[in-house]
Ligand binder design. Structure first.
Ligand code: NAD
Ligand code: UFG
Length: 349
């Protein structure tokens, strides 16, 4: 049984991954400030994971930028498992592209300084195994699609710059001393929810991202979906993305952790995506089919900073982790709808 510290584990991807890791028998300490999440998510995770799981899950409310809070989290890990943390999975961070343009200092502070603080605490505690949430946003406007990990790193907003900087910090750590086992996982577009509908994505305010927006239109919380551009060089003129079911993504984390713990020190850099692209119009139609509700839509101007098509080349993840996605767009919509329809106002209802 391994002892894991999960930063940001109450969030969308963190909560689904926490469930998969509890089900795999691990002990977890979650460090989260609840800046963009609710402790209710983890209460439900413990419930879904079944009898006895709650005893293997401990929550620490705190900030990754605080040395004191990190000390509390590492101490909780030792207390929970009787040994220091075996690995850290680092989800905590800020992720809204538009907000990052308006508030770059906050993004550099939480994403870069927070990660730097965490890595320092890991070093102090002799923990050198880390899985990091990176993003396809690093590729900016991709030169080739599907995008391999060797594509140029050229982020186009402060959020992307902060992720690129953390990736570089981790590469520098891996080169600085032997022993580091690091996975930098570049997610494409995580969507959907656990099939139970008990946990899911609960964005604050008006969603920036397509999926939560579409599901809020279907449930009647918003009137209409605006499609950002109908004249992209794509088959139907709307933007194409590589959507990945959050449960596939959670399983990808478990696979990455297993490889790091089983193999020697290394720096893994992997795309986590499906390799399949879907357009905005396809997503809206699939959501209508899954929910049985209309999704009224209107084509408007392109959103600044968008690319026409981003799709992963996921072959490296398949080769190194033996992992690939198994859920399609209909599953993403079905499970997203199960969550949205049972929790129309999210966790705080
Ligand atoms: P999320 O906002 O749901 O989860 C992030 C969690 O981190 C939240 O629970 C939040 O409360 C917590 N947090 C934020 N600042 C903190 C701090 N200073 N100290 C402690 N906790 C803090 O986001 P998510 O979608 O689950 O994303 C998780 C990670 O994956 C993020 O690092 C994000 O940048 C990355 N990522 C997300 C996407 C996506 O589309 N969702 C895509 C690529 C990469
Ligand atoms: N879109 C709309 N209407 C909306 C929202 C989005 O038409 O109301 C379109 C966008 O133009 C794009 C597609 O839907 O073509 C997907 O947009 P999202 O905002 O859901 O996702 P992005 O691909 O723009 O970006 C997301 C995250 C980034 C992350 C990236 C890759 O917001 O942080 O996926 O992982 F880096």
């Amino acid at each position: 049984m391994t002892n894991l510290l999960i930063t940001g584990g109450a969030g969308f991807i963190g909560s689904h991954t926490a469930l998969v890791l509890l089900e795999a028998g691990h002990r977890l300490v979650v460090l989260d400030s609840y800046a963009n999440s609710s402790p209710e998510a983890l209460r439900r995770v413990a419930e879904l994971a079944g009898p006895g799981a709650a005893a293997r899950l401990q929550l620490i409310e705190g900030d990754i930028r605080s040395e004191h809070d990190l000390e509390r989290a590492f101490a909780a890990c030792s207390a929970l498992g009787g040994k220091p943390a075996d690995a850290v999975i680092h989800f905590a961070g800020l992720k809204a592209v538009g907000e990052s343009v308006a508030e770059p200092l906050r993004y550099w502070d939480v994403n870069l300084s927070g990660s730097r603080q965490l890595v320092g605490a890991m070093q102090a505690h002799g923990c050198r195994t880390l899985v990091f949430s990176s993003s396809a946003t690093l590729y900016g406007y991709p030169e080739t699609v599907p995008i391999p990990e060797t594509a140029t790193i050229a982020p186009i907003n402060p959020y992307g710059h902060s992720k690129a900087a953390v990736e570089q910090l981790l590469a520098d750590m891996a080169a600085s001393e032997p022993g580091w086992r690091i996975a930098r996982l570049r997610y494409f577009n995580p969507v959907g929810a656990h099939p139970s509908g008990r946990i899911g994505e609960d964005p604050c305010g008006i969603p920036n991202n397509l999926f939560p927006f579409v599901s809020q239109v279907a449930v009647g919380r918003r009137e209409q979906l605006q499609i950002f551009g109908g004249d992209w060089p794509t088959p139907d003129g709307s933007g194409v993305r590589d959507y990945i079911h959050v449960m596939d993504l959670a399983e990808g984390h478990r696979a990455a952790l297993d490889v790091l713990l089983a193999e020697g020190p290394q720096l893994l850099t992997l795309n986590l995506g499906s390799g399949q692209g879907h357009s905005v119009l396809e997503v809206a139609a699939a959501f209508e089919a899954a929910s049985g509700r209309p999704v009224p839509l209107k084509i408007v101007e392109r959103r600044p900073g968008d690319a026409a098509i981003t799709v992963a080349d996921p072959s490296q993840a398949a080769q190194r982790l033996g992992w690939r996605t198994s859920r399609g767009l209909a599953d993403m919509c079905r499970d997203g709808w199960a969550w949205q329809s049972a929790n129309p106002d999210g966790y705080e209802a």
